[in-house]
Ligand binder design. Sequence first.
Ligand code: AMP
Ligand code: MG
Length: 472
Amino acid sequence: MTLHIPFDNTYVTLPDAFFARVAPTPVKAPSLIAINLPLASELGIEGLDDPDLAAVFAGNAIPDGAAPLAQLYAGHQFGQYSPQLGDGRAVLLGETIGTDGVRRDIQLKGAGRTPFSRMGDGRAWLGPVLREYVLSEAMHTLGVPTTRALAAVRTGEQVIRDRPLPGAVLTRVAQSHLRVGTFQAFAARGDTRGLQTLFEYAVARHYPDATDPALFLDAVMRKQAALVAHWLALGFIHGVMNTDNCAISGETIDYGPCAFMDAYHPETVYSSIDRYGRYSYAAQADIIVWNMAQLATALLPLMPDPEAAVEPFTAQIHAMPEMIRAQWLSRFGAKIGLTDPKPEDATLITELLGLMQESEADFTNTFRGLPDGTASDHITDTAKFDAWAQTWQSRLETEADPERVMHSANPALIPRNHRIEAMIDAATRGDDSAFHHLLAAYAHPYDDDPAYADLRQPPQPDEVVAATYCGT
Ligand code: AMP
Ligand code: MG
């Protein structure tokens, strides 16, 4: 094997309660769909001309230095606490320190059963694997903190869902796979020693300045506030913001039934399992606060006097909506050309969003059209839009370069749902050309490349995807 992954593993040195050692289950006939060469080189991986790449990224061949394991975690799923989740179909191969000095996990998702699989088969089918590959890479080029996709392989096996479907494995890269739910798992069991070990590990890995739980909570809250505001600014709906899908690193993780919104409506939901809109577009700003409250609760046992810490922790959580609001103002301010928006500028933004909602305007194209005057095409009430635009123009007079600000805050391309679904349909039939085409297009989402003009079109009525399904 010429492939060399410079593993430097730390998670495996934690106490036994943190994970189960488990090897990936080999698959019948691995074949490589994609390998992310730039990311591989950032991770320090060499020898990518290895003919056995598919075997490695399917879990059939374990690369030297790997220490495969499945991590324990728990979490609130749709508000209900599940005491033991864990990697039911993911296997951590190990960690590398990248050329940027950052430690990252390399994980196979869909690699077979683990002690945490419960009723599941430990597998993934091709659709969710390709969706996660394209969406996570697009999020990265859009500028949003996210897990990455290093490779995708077909397994040559079928997985049974509502029908037999082609199986696949995704190689996911993350700054870590520590979740709010990892803390909850130890807190809920009353394992304060384990919790303390986890806390120290997370601090060392992500927030070395956060020397106590309150500082740590604040650091995670800041990252998450910035992350969710960034999602909102791009019309992204995560879809399953359970506490086990909420990364301590502040990266977007677990691309299940997620989607980017076409027509703007704050209550948009795509996930087929989100029947009450708990994780709708606009609800994300409230839910992240709820998730951080669960983290705060899990951290309490680490305090010398947990009872006395309830009040200051609660005060910290109560400060989070304002943190999100500030991030939202900064992101949406940039979308209308403002470098340093003031609280009073919020009206200008919400008025535009109101017009967009009434008009069912395309979120991405309306904002992208602001500098060149085509935004009005998306708004039905022209008189109202003109009045808004007049106020906006006078506000822009004091801005140095609003066009540039708007251009870099408003992408031309987002992974539109109908494109993703069509790509998955084609790949299920064995045609990966749409997958590669989308990957190439989303590599430069802020460019006006005429070659990808068709990808800017919102769905025709018959192309609209009403629901997206979980990654299972
Ligand atoms: P997710 O909805 O992907 O965040 O997964 C929630 C939990 O279910 C995690 O503990 C997963 O490991 C587990 N899980 C999801 N799909 C499967 C599967 N096919 N086999 C085993 N466990 C699974
Ligand atoms: Mg998950």
